[in-house]
Ligand binder design. Structure first.
Ligand code: HPA
Length: 277
């Protein structure tokens, strides 16, 4: 095993610290908040906030729009834990570091993971502000968080044929319909970043079957599946991907659109969580 491998001890240390801070709360659902989508954390009732600096192995985020805390409490009567601040691989984190919070959630007994992200739209019909339920993903980061020793509770070759739970997708569509929110569906492609794509790369990804592209999520979902959690993923399309629009890509635009859609997405995710009780 190399020094870059995830270790069972690192997960235990982080889990023990979070468990101590939770004060007896036992979250059933974990939510990872993407760029500009942190508003969901304000929905949590009786919230306990756990800064990353209090959790061994968690780092303070360097990306604008990402806080560095876990927020635990109730949403619609369901105990949740929200991750406000990701560890992106483009920040220099190994894939297993990027997915450490998911292993901690699994160790806490969380059974359902909801991942949100900001993404560029590849499918022509996906303009800025589109909400896309992730049906499947392409992991083109070149990294996998399961590389290395097989950790307790995981298997060597996890099945990824139904990475995004069919029942949760149906539920999300039903909740969206009830709220008058349009929820599209498509394939998310995860790249390493941090550059946005070239138009040629986007044309390639389109031919490969990607509907949206981003720089997160896939490592987290791989770990969630390895630990037997069911996953719902929702992308906010913040911009047309390179070459599809004539504009240039920028983080300010991503944040602006994500913030504008955040209320609709917050309502949708809270509605889904309420149906999980
Ligand atoms: N490409 C990659 N990641 C992104 C994009 C994009 O166009 N928009 C938001 N995240």
């Amino acid at each position: 095993m190399s020094a870059n491998d995830p270790t069972a001890e690192a997960i235990t240390w982080a889990t023990d610290a979070v468990k101590a801070a939770l004060g007896g709360r036992s979250p059933a659902v974990a939510v990872i908040l993407g760029s500009g989508l942190g508003g969901l954390a304000d929905k949590v009732e009786n919230a306990v906030r756990i800064p990353y600096r209090d959790i061994p192995g968690f780092h303070v985020p360097t990306v604008l729009g990402h806080k560095g805390e876990l927020v635990a409490g109730a949403v619609a009567g369901v105990q949740v834990i929200m991750q406000s601040g990701r560890f992106h691989m483009y920040e220099g984190f190994a894939a297993h570091e990027s997915a450490l919070p998911v292993r901690v959630f699994a160790s806490l007994g969380v059974q359902t993971l909801i991942v949100t992200n900001a993404a560029g739209g590849i499918r022509r019909a996906f303009g800025p502000g589109t909400l896309m339920c992730i049906s499947d993903h392409l992991n083109l980061t070149g990294r996998n968080p399961l590389v290395g020793a097989v950790l307790p509770g995981e298997t060597r070759f996890p099945d990824m044929s139904v990475a995004y739970d069919a029942d949760l997708r149906t539920l999300a569509k039903r909740v969206a319909l009830g709220q008058g929110t349009q929820l599209d569906e498509g394939v998310y492609c995860g790249l390493l970043g941090p550059t946005y794509e070239t138009p040629a790369e986007i044309r390639m990804l389109e031919r490969l079957g990607a509907d949206a592209v981003g720089m997160s999520t896939v490592a987290e979902v791989i770990v969630a599946r390895a630990r037997g959690m069911r996953v719902l993923g929702i992308s906010t399309i913040t911009n047309a991907a390179a070459g599809i629009s004539h504009g240039l890509q920028g983080h300010a635009e991503v944040m602006e659109v994500a913030n504008a859609v955040s209320e609709k997405l917050t309502r949708l995710v809270a509605g889904v969580i309420g149906e999980l009780s």
